[in-house]
Design a protein around this ligand. Sequence first.
Ligand code: GTP
Ligand code: MG
Length: 435
Amino acid sequence: MGATLLIITLLIVLISIITQFIRDMVSVASLTSSRIDLDEIFQYSQAIIDNKHNETFDFINKARLKPATNSYLDAVFPQHTVRHFDNGTIVKENATILMLCRNWELPDVLRSMRSLEDRFNKDYHYTWTFLNDVDFTDLFKLETTAMASGDTQYATIPAEDWSTPWYINETRYNECVKKFTEDNIIYGFSKSYRNMCHFNSGYFYKQELLKNYDYYFRVEPGVEYFCDFQMDPFRLMREEKKKYGFVISIIEYEETIPTLWSTVEDFLNEYPDAQHENSAVEFVTNKEPIGFAVLDVETNSAYNLCHFWSNFEIGDLNFFRSDVYEAYFTYLSKSGGFHYERWGDAPVHSIAAALLLDMNEIHHFEDIGYYHNPFHTCPSSNNMRIGKRCICRDEDEDDEQPISDLEPNSCLTKWWKYGSGKRFIREYFHEEDYL
Ligand SMILES: Nc1nc2c(ncn2[C@@H]2O[C@H](COP(=O)(O)OP(=O)(O)OP(=O)(O)O)[C@@H](O)[C@H]2O)c(=O)[nH]1
Ligand SMILES: [Mg+2]
């Protein structure tokens, strides 16, 4: 009897050990397969999307924005960056990464480089071009060369491309700077900031080092890219015939540009053919609030203050080199507004892009997560965030001022409605290359 009981107990223990073992094996197997199976990750992310109330879709429906193909469900993300090879050599575009900066910004320069190299350039090795109004130090060159995965090149900007133009009246200039300083207008006190904006508006693309390139990717010190690129944005620019690319669009401080729009109107009167027949003029002039994201813009001109935040730009240098852009810049510069006021290169580039280009030549890189103090943006689709391994900033961080693309200070909804519409992720990944 005792022996039978012992045998039964042993059997039960044995069975439970075997059951546990089988359970463990099954869970290890599923864990292993989920680690290697991207499909499962995306099914999981899809479930999140399906279950979650999707405010973006609701918003688009409410606002009745332009219809577009909803291809979120079909998005496929490559495990690795998709690159073109020709005889074993990577095919790159005729492009460079461009940074205007100062020697003392070196730590932040390196931070930006590290981020962009990790997320994009380590797979391509595009050359970094550095510009400065004074000579770069040996230390700057040494450390940035070490950080770059490709070549680096450095230039000192010629004094005539940086300094105050001859047609600016020195006395009036000083008075204006004083007034802007007293009025506490952002960067109103700074002449070097004005030089920088003037240079970025009309001289960067004329620099010797850029002369042979078609595309540039503007980078500033201290920025961060949140997601793997997984594709070459320069290639997208060329293949899709894009001339200006942005990630964030917000409203400008009106007090920095009191006469910018009226000067643009004067320019258009003088050059009536300058404006493109399919321009995005509505994007920069329409003041109607859209949906629940009420943009409360009361301005003193027809300009609604929307601009592309130009610390991030991927652009076609040939657009800036065009006769029409040159005429536009020269007209604005001669009016004196860069100096007597404090026009930023952001509204100047943006108005040019919105008026002089076909709206379809402007591209919103909605798949690039990006931070430049104090704003940041991240792809709105969970699927995309996971697929591109984004590490987005926490929207609740109270020392930051997050820019959700549907916040009132964002102009993105205007871009969706009056620009070239909302794009969907399927367009970014050149699926035909790896499906
Ligand atoms: N070489 C040089 N670069 C400058 C100068 N002023 C600004 N820059 C660069 O021009 C770009 C824009 O200047 P920022 O100071 O970042 O201007 P911002 O982005 O409007 O403002 P914050 O980033 O908020 O300070 C950055 O890449 C700077 O490094 C200057 O006097 N000399
Ligand atoms: Mg900056």
